[in-house]
Design a binder for this molecule. Structure first.
Ligand SMILES: Nc1nc2c(ncn2[C@@H]2O[C@H](COP(=O)(O)OP(=O)(O)OP(=O)(O)O)[C@@H](O)[C@H]2O)c(=O)[nH]1
Length: 607
């Protein structure tokens, strides 16, 4: 059958979870290598991170599942499915879905860094899914490695003994055999009956222009065959299976997939929303009575406006978003018109990284230059007439007179730092309107601090500040906890006496004056001099709270280059041209892209 005679008892489905940069992809590569999934020559540097953008940023965005064969020390052959998980907080939901496709995980911890915030977040997801956990200390080759300390941390955290913790190095190959044997011995084989009605979990889905949706599936019950009629239990749509197969790691078609198999399925599905991640595929003729647990739609938390620099690219931008949405059901968008920026789209994202990735893909893959506005969260606004509306665009915030209460989303932020930085972390959290919750000592040197903080503050420069104030030692994770009332007001920005809707933002009243001043100063620096003097004003309602002035231009930029340094001149001209692309005429003033993001960086330079 599809397993090439390997019995279900010898199937092992597992995943690797780790804090970002603790070496998950490198370890996955070593495992592929050891099980001869790829010859060295075929092996790209990091096979599982397939998308260009991922490789460049060195992070894993999309899931992947690879089938491997392993000849164990006990003389038997085993079939492994290694399911990759994304490592960033924005993608927690995808991690949780891919874990639902497994029976065990390797919990990888960097030998020098120890347990970090996302190690814990991922561990909790694994525990939620009742998975067998194999602790692995990675990078033991590093001079700064302290495997004893990290072993102790893992013992305390997991209640395991020292002997159960594997020491490894993805770089030098130490411990890889121990890991493979531990998978055989400790991860349970999938349960489920091949003859029962089909239940296949969709844990990822991808749109291919030729074949339609390619769903990544894990078969929990029953068997699926080519030509079979299937039904999506959530959407109740039916399709006929055109191809099924496994990745080993190249896509390899099979006639059927059965319990324990992890692979892909196509069925001429034209719309990704018809095969939602987390949904259960069953047979149309003999449907299962209940879907697999845990279907949850992920809602975007961060919104921003996306506008083409060149208005004639509006339709291209819409097409680009349509195409991206096919592969990414968590991306949302709707048309938006800004007085300042013209026609564009209001887009919703899971988090900041998700937002950056989409913006970069639009620019790179579709060649459209964008102006994006500062990210905003969704506010709940109770009006004086009793109605409640949601606002994801600051410029749409109603006038203060008609508002009785504004509520904003709060998150529980978990921050892990060495002792020395506790003071700095608390200072940042306090400045970000955080409410202290708890502080726990993990060992002699490390502390786990929890705060409740408004999401909007996290969206601004929280993480950057955290990193710079703790020399990169802090690790951070967050979870939405709900909406709370806050004293918030809308700040408008006026350029040359015109209100620029795309520059409006929401701010806590206590910080309004300070932020208004900071942004007026920042914009003065960011917006190039024009032919005339431009006043920059920050206002709440009709009240101007801060003001600065962009002086009129006197000289041509080139006059700065004395002498005949041609190459320098050319560079300057090119730089100017480059800058031009990112400029937008807003009324009578030319405004660069950076100005729309200024609100994010205000706190970092208060000069
Ligand atoms: N010294 C040493 N460095 C390692 C080892 N494993 C990985 N690294 C390095 O650590 C960095 C991160 O490794 P990755 O494998 O990309 O980490 P990751 O956890 O997959 O990262 P994300 O995909 O972003 O979650 C890279 O620079 C690797 O070269 C190891 O065993 N020893």
């Amino acid at each position: 059958m599809s397993n090439n005679q390997i019995k279900q008892d010898n199937v092992r489905n597992f995943s690797i979870i780790a804090h970002i940069d603790h070496g998950k992809s490198t370890l996955a590569d070593r495992i592929l290598e050891r099980t001869k999934a790829l010859t060295q020559r075929e092996m790209k540097e990091q096979f599982l991170d397939a998308m260009d953008l991922e490789r460049e940023r060195g992070i894993t965005i999309k899931l992947n599942a690879v089938q491997l064969r392993y000849g164990a020390a006990n003389g038997e052959d085993y079939l492994f499915h290694l399911i990759d998980t994304p490592g960033h907080v924005d993608f927690t939901y995808e991690v949780s879905r891919s874990l639902a496709a497994c029976d065990g995980v390797l919990l990888v911890v960097d030998a020098a860094q120890g347990i970090e915030a996302q190690t814990l977040a991922n561990l909790y997801l694994a525990l939620d899914n009742d998975l067998e956990i194999i602790p692995v200390i990675n990078k033991i080759d590093l001079p700064a490695a302290d495997p004893e300390r990290v072993t102790k941390e893992l013992e305390d955290l997991l209640g395991v003994t020292k002997d159960e913790v594997i020491h490894a190095s993805g770089k030098s190959g130490i411990g890889i055999d121990d890991i493979l044997e531990a998978i055989v011995e400790r991860v349970p084989a999938p349960e489920g009956e091949p003859e029962d009605p089909l239940k296949a979990l969709i844990f990822d889905s991808l749109y291919d222009p030729y074949r339609g949706v390619i769903a990544s599936i894990s078969i929990k019950e029953g068997t699926v065959r080519v030509g079979q009629r299937i039904r999506m239990m959530q959407t109740e749509k039916e399709f006929e299976v055109t191809e099924i197969g496994v990745f080993n790691p190249k896509p390899t078609p099979k006639d059927s997939l059965t319990v324990g198999d992890v692979g892909y399925l196509t069925a001429s599905i034209k719309n990704v929303s018809d095969s939602r991640v987390g949904d259960t595929i069953t047979s149309a003729e003999r449907p299962a009575s209940e879907p697999l647990p845990g279907y949850k739609k992920m809602n975007p938390m961060v919104f921003c406006g996306i506008f083409p620099v060149d208005a004639s690219n509006y339709n291209d931008l819409r097409e680009a978003l349509e195409r991206l949405e096919l592969n990414d059901s968590s991306l949302q968008y709707e048309a938006e018109t800004s007085q300042a920026l013209g026609f564009g789209f209001r887009c919703g994202f899971l988090g900041l990284l998700h937002m950056e990735i989409i913006q970069e893909r639009i620019e790179r893959e579709f060649g459209i230059d964008l102006i994006t506005t500062a990210p905003s969260v969704i506010y709940e606004v109770e009006l004086t007439d009793g109605e409640t509306i949601t606002v994801d665009n600051p410029s749409m915030m109603p006038d203060t007179q008609s508002v009785s209460e504004v509520r904003e989303p709060f998150v529980k932020a978990t921050i892990m730092v060495p002792n020395d930085y506790v003071g700095s972390v608390m200072e940042i959290c306090q400045a970000k309107r955080g409410a202290f919750q708890d502080m726990q000592y993990l060992d002699d040197n490390r502390v786990n601090i929890t705060y409740e903080i408004p999401l909007s503050e996290i969206v601004y420069d929280f993480f950057d500040q955290l990193k710079s104030q703790t020399k990169g030692y802090a690790s951070f994770d967050y979870d939405l906890v709900g909406y709370r009332a806050s004293n918030l007001v809308k700040m408008d920005i006026l350029l040359n006496n015109d209100t620029i809707d795309a520059l409006s933002f929401i701010v806590h009243r206590d910080f309004a004056y300070e932020r208004g001043k900071a942004i007026a100063n920042k914009l003065k620096d960011l917006i190039p001099r024009q032919q005339f003097e431009v006043p920059v004003q920050a206002a709440i309602g009709n009240k101007i709270v801060a003001r600065s002035t962009i002086k009129a231009m006197r000289k041509n930029v080139l006059s700065k280059c004395y002498g005949g340094d041609i190459s320098r001149k050319r560079k300057l001209l090119e730089k100017q041209k480059e800058g031009k692309k990112r400029m937008k005429m807003v009324g009578s003033v030319e405004v660069p892209q950076e100005a729309f993001m200024a609100v994010l960086e205000m706190d970092t330079d208060n000069d």
